[in-house]
Every structure is written in C-alpha cells, then in structure tokens.
Design a binder for this molecule. Structure first.
Ligand code: ADP
Ligand code: MG
Length: 487
C-alpha cells in the first residue's frame, strides 16, 4: 500500500495494513490494473462500472492475491464481496471440474447476493459454475445440482454441514475457504458449525474472513483454523458532511412517539429505525402503524418468505420505516436510506457508527437521529469520546409537522403468485403493464422475481387499478393470481 494512513483509518494487530478511506485523489494504487489480474478480468470490471477499488479492496486484494490468509473488517456496503470473490477466482482452475472454493454466509439472502456478485465477476471466464446451498429449501434439487458439479459453492453453515455428512459435497479439491459476515454468523451461533466445516477442508488452502465488526469470537475462529492471518481493518469515520447527526433528549414515555414526530417533521422517504431489543421493535411498529405509517419489523422470528417480502417492500419504496435490532439488520445492503433513527442508544460506539453508516451512502446525504433519555447520557458521552465528536442537541418541541398530508411511501407492492419457477421475467410483467394495460413506465418501479413470487412496485395511486387490470389480464399469455401486499 502506498496510500498514507489518515486519522480516518486505523489499523490493528501486528500484521496490519493501513488504508486511507478519505483519499480524494484517485491514486494509481486504487486502480484494479495495479493488481495481478488477467486482462479479461480487468475488462469485465470496467464493464461492471468498477472504476477504482474501494478502500477495503485496495487494502485486502494485494494480500489476498498473494495467497495470504486474511481477516478483513469494513462496514457494510464497502465492497467486501468483490474483495474475496476476485481472490477465489484467481485461485480457480476452470478446467478442473470440482469444488475449489466455498463461501459460508449467515443467511440465504446474503448467500444469494454473494452468488450473484461472484457470477458477475466470473463472467470474464466461460463456464464457471457457482452453486448456492442454503437451508429452507428441499435437498433434492441441491443433490441433483451437486451431481452436475460446481466450481464454487456459496451456502449457509448448517446446510453445508448436512451435505458434508451425506457425502454429497466433496471438498477435497478446495483451495479457498471464505467466511463472509463472520460476525453475524457468530451472533447466530454458527461457531461450531464453521469449525467443523473448516476441519473438513484441505489443510493446504487460503482462508479469508470478512466481517463488518470485530467481536471477540473472530480471534477465536482465526486461532482455530487460519494460518498467520494478515489483518486489514478499515475503521471509518463517516464524512461529517454526508451524515447529519442530531440528538434529542426524551423521557422514557416520549420515546416511541418521538419517532413519529421525527418522521412528520423531516418526512424521509425511507428510514431504518434501530431498537436495542425485539420487544421495543414490536412496540414501535405498533405505535407507528396506529398512527397510519407504513412500518415493518425485521426480526429473527420471520420465516424466509416473510423476510423477503419485508425487504422487497422496503427496497422498492413501499414501506416508509423498517424497524430492526442490530442483529436483524446486519449485512443488509440497502441503498438510498434517507434517515436512521437510534430509538435507543446502543451501549457500544462501534455499533453506533455502524448504524448511522447506513444512511448517507454514495452521493446521498443522510440524517441520523438519536433519542436519548437521562439514563443514556453516559452512553452518549462514551460515543462522543470514542468517535471524537460533539453531539448536537435539539429539542423535541422543534419537531412540528411540516405537512398536513400523512407520510406515505411513494409506491405500493403487488405480489404475483408465480416467479422463476414459472419462468416469469421482469420484462414480461413490465410488458403486460405498459404495453397491454396502458401504464406508463414511470408508474412502475422495481420488479423483483423470486422463486415462487414476483413483486411489482407500482406508484401508490395507480396500484389499485394495476391490481384490477393484472388480475383480469394475462402475463406471458397466462392469467395470474395477484394481491396487494398488506401495508
Ligand atoms: P459489503 O459486502 O462490504 O457489504 P458489497 O460487496 O455488497 O459490500 O458491495 C456493495 C456494493 O458496491 C455492491 O452493489 C457492489 O456491486 C458495489 N461495488 C463493489 N466494489 C465496487 C467498486 N470497486 N466500484 C464500484 N462499485 C463497487
Ligand atoms: Mg457483504
């Protein structure tokens, strides 16, 4: 690394690498071309619009491509997937048709995201097969896919264990083991599963561990099966200009109502509200819904389908507020978040940074509001001290409604029963709505095709009509069952 460490970056551990996170000049060292990658890969990166490396990629890739074991820590959305994907692809021998890389992820949706990114990055070479193996679906199709073979497997620890026990997954040819979102896997109690899987991998291999935070368990994992890992840590202070933080003092009985005051005053299109407990999440959702807001809770008790639905609705602009605990929200890649609300103050400064880092991404500015009771002032002081800033306090009384209209999301979601299994594609649905049913493209938002369902975001006002027309009409020449998602 030739970049200078700045106060915004901090490296830990003896083998640490420092990397700047605030570099304004695009140094040559940030170019993918500075890496030992084949020209086809560099071309593909350009085609994907990856002009320069993100700071974690610039710090991790030279080490990973040199074959080192790595512990890399950087916040969500910093481009960690490509950092390990390019390394495992570099280790891959395409002509050898056997599983050479295994990526462990905490949840199915994260595994799906990783699979997609690996596939995009693998496009430079023909015929690289990536297979996702997660729980919650039947074994049979997975067994069939495994029989056809794969170069790269992405999956959740439990299901990977199942396949190893059955003997359906063979790791003899493996050369790269990746633990993605290791902190979250630890939170979910996967420590033993991960070590069991690691033990079944060949000793001669590269192990890459990626994480957004650095809890104690990580050191234990590393000690159990990594070889002299290099450590790359990017502790970022978010650019002050991008995230505007405001603190409000509340009494305990004002706290939940203060959230709706914030919403009515600032009117953010999408807000992620963090609570310290599941119970608080539930109470907040009840209060918000009672006041007519469209709010959903993201918690561990949701089954996969419910979780998918909540996330789809939030991502496509038909849910104003997503309420979550830190664990439930870990690893979500949500773009365009206008506001984060700390309904409770977290006892941990790193978690605070991580929470507010969800807003003000890319070019957008974001708000981060924190509600603190007298009892939480010590925590706020600790956060100020550790993050080296002075909290800007405001009064609840300033939070007057700025519009007579209710704050509603711009879109509503229609669910079509039928998805990838029925070979429905986004273009089919868009075509039906615009060509056959007369809607303008601008009235239709994101279309997400899942395995069994398709979710279509429609401009809120047009949604009832779109529901009627879709129910009466046809998609790909077939009638479909459609419903508006409860909101
Ligand atoms: P993380 O795993 O750190 O949360 P991801 O790997 O999901 O982050 O990346 C976040 C987003 O950034 C993805 O949409 C990815 O395609 C994009 N991305 C990653 N690397 C680059 C890059 N070098 N240039 C532009 N976009 C990138
Ligand atoms: Mg990730």
């Amino acid at each position: 690394m030739t970049s200078n460490p700045t106060p915004a970056s901090q490296a830990t551990g003896s083998a640490a690498t420092t990397a700047t996170t605030t570099s304004t000049v695009k140094a040559a060292a940030d170019s993918f071309a500075s890496l030992p990658l084949p020209p086809a890969t560099l071309d593909n990166l350009k085609r994907l619009g990856y002009e320069v490396m993100t700071p974690i990629q610039a710090a991790a890739l030279p080490l990973a491509l040199a074959g080192a074991d790595l512990i890399a820590q950087a916040k969500t959305g910093s481009g960690k997937t490509a950092a390990f994907a390019l390394a495992l692809l570099a280790n891959l021998n395409v002509r050898r048709f056997a599983v050479q890389a295994l990526v462990l992820c905490p949840t199915r949706e994260l595994a799906d995201q990783v699979t997609q990114e690996v596939r995009r990055l693998a496009r430079a070479e023909d015929h690289i097969k990536v297979l996702t193996l997660c729980g919650g679906v039947t074994m049979r199709p997975q067994l069939a896919s495994l029989e056809h073979g794969a170069h790269i497997v992405v999956g959740t620890p439990g299901r990977i264990m199942d396949h190893l026990e059955r003997g359906s997954l063979n790791l003899e040819a493996l050369n790269t083991l990746v633990l993605d979102e290791a902190d979250r896997m630890l939170d979910m109690g996967f420590f033993d599963d991960i070590t069991t899987v690691a033990k079944q991998c060949p000793k001669q291999r590269q192990t890459l561990l990626f994480s957004a935070t650095y809890p104690e368990g990580i050191t234990k994992l590393a000690a159990a099966f990594m070889r002299e890992p290099k450590q790359v840590t990017l502790v970022e202070r978010h650019a002050a200009s991008k995230i505007r933080q405001r603190f409000y003092e509340v009494k305990e009985d004002e706290r939940l109502h203060a959230v709706s005051q914030l919403l009515n005053h600032y009117r953010p299109v999408s807000t992620l509200a963090f609570c310290n407990t599941k119970l608080q999440c539930r109470w907040l959702v009840d209060v918000l819904r009672g006041q007519g807001f469209i709010a959903h809770e993201l918690h561990g008790d949701l089954d996969q389908r419910e979780r998918d639905q909540v996330l789809v609705q939030f991502a496509n602009g038909s849910c104003s507020v997503l309420v979550a605990t830190d664990i439930a929200a870990r690893g979500l890649d949500i773009a365009q978040l206008e506001a984060v609300i700390n309904v409770d103050i977290t006892p941990d400064a790193a978690t605070h940074t991580h929470r507010i880092g969800r807003t003000g991404r890319v070019d957008a500015e974001g708000w981060a509001f924190s509600l603190a009771s007298m009892d939480e002032m010590g925590r706020v002081g600790q956060i100020e001290h550790e993050l080296k800033f002075v909290a800007e306090w405001h009064k609840l009384a300033e939070l007057t409604p700025t519009s007579k209209d209710k704050l509603l999301p711009p879109m509503a979601t229609l669910q079509i029963l039928g998805g990838r299994k029925e070979k429905i594609r986004a273009g089919d649905v868009l075509g039906a709505l615009t060509k056959d049913m007369g809607f303008a493209g601008s009235q239709i938002g994101k279309i997400s095709v899942n395995e069994f369902s398709t979710y279509v975001a429609v401009d809120r006002e047009s949604a009832p009509l779109a529901l009627k027309k879709l129910s009466a009409g046809k998609v790909k020449g077939k009638s479909v069952k459609v419903r508006m998602l409860e909101s």
